[in-house]
Design a protein around this ligand. Structure first.
Ligand SMILES: Nc1ncnc2c1ncn2[C@@H]1O[C@H](COP(=O)(O)OP(=O)(O)OP(=O)(O)O)[C@@H](O)[C@H]1O
Ligand SMILES: [Mg+2]
Length: 253
């Protein structure tokens, strides 16, 4: 089956080859886990490796910071924009909502003009600003995601999770149902050091890796590494060595 490759070392393998074409892909994690990096890398690789023009919609308040972050990985967004292969739009959820509700809006226009194939929305959490009604929020997000699909775009949608360690908070999580895939980025503490872990929770209509992998943010971007060998309880945020369990069981026994 045809796949939209992220080109991120190790990630396509986890995804059974890459994202599905025209799918909406949720990337969730605590502050600083690497959501924006993953999204920017998906767009950057799409342009330079797969010749697929990209669009980035960000609600960040400091545009220059965004370009600067990309540059620190060696990704020259300004240059790609001047070549007409990338567009970075700093906007607000209010504007974006209106845009998608009107025919021939900004996203539609840019997509048609540039032949955009990939989009990053960083972050979808900002939509929560639009309403306090969970039903309305769900319908807004659903409408937005479907509009992106109608445009034929493969999207990465980031979402902030406030939880630094441990289990998923049990607030409204309808996005996880609406999205075609769901990737979780986590901090874990192992032997007094903080490391990062990722897990594919869902990938619609396809097989995917079920194990938890380590990843790192390097000067070249995100890189997925090996599994956490010999540790249990990774997603609890404070994993333990398997040998601890054996020792405990042995000493108690
Ligand atoms: N050039 C670089 N080389 C190595 N690591 C970097 C580099 N630039 C940023 N980082 C690391 O990447 C992390 C930030 O990643 P990113 O901005 O993608 O996170 P985020 O999940 O989007 O955060 P937020 O929730 O604040 O938006 C930082 O914690 C930093 O350690
Ligand atoms: Mg970010």
């Amino acid at each position: 089956m045809e796949r939209v490759k992220t080109g991120i070392p190790g990630l396509d393998d986890m995804l059974g080859g890459g994202y599905l074409p025209q799918s909406a892909n949720l990337v969730e994690g605590a502050p600083g886990t690497g959501k924006s990096t993953l999204g920017m890398q998906f767009i950057y690789n799409g342009i330079v490796q797969y010749n697929e023009p990209g669009l980035i919609i960000t609600f960040e308040e400091f545009p220059q910071q965004y370009y600067h972050d990309a540059e620190s990985f060696g990704w020259d967004f300004k240059k790609l924009e001047s070549q007409g292969r990338l567009k970075v739009i700093m906007t607000s959820p209010e504007v974006t909502r209106h845009d998608l509700e009107s025919v021939g809006g900004m996203i539609e226009t840019v997509t048609a003009e540039m032949g955009v194939r990939r989009i990053l929305v960083d972050s979808l959490s900002q939509f929560e600003r639009l309403t306090t009604d969970p039903m309305e929020l769900r319908s807004l997000q659903y409408g937005f995601i479907n509009a992106l699909k109608r445009e034929g775009l493969t999207s990465v949608l980031t979402r902030e999770s406030l939880m630094l360690f441990g289990q998923q908070e049990d607030n409204e999580n309808s996005l996880a149902f609406v999205a075609d895939s769901y990737l979780l980025l986590r901090y874990v503490e192992i032997e007094s050091a903080i490391r990062k872990a990722m897990l594919v929770l869902k990938l619609r209509g396809s097989d995917h890796a079920k194990d938890i992998r380590q990843f790192e943010i390097t000067p070249r971007g995100l890189e997925v590494k090996s599994r956490f060998e010999g540790h249990e309880g990774i997603m609890s945020g404070s994993p333990r060595r398997m040998s601890d369990y054996f020792e405990e069981a042995f000493l108690k026994g």
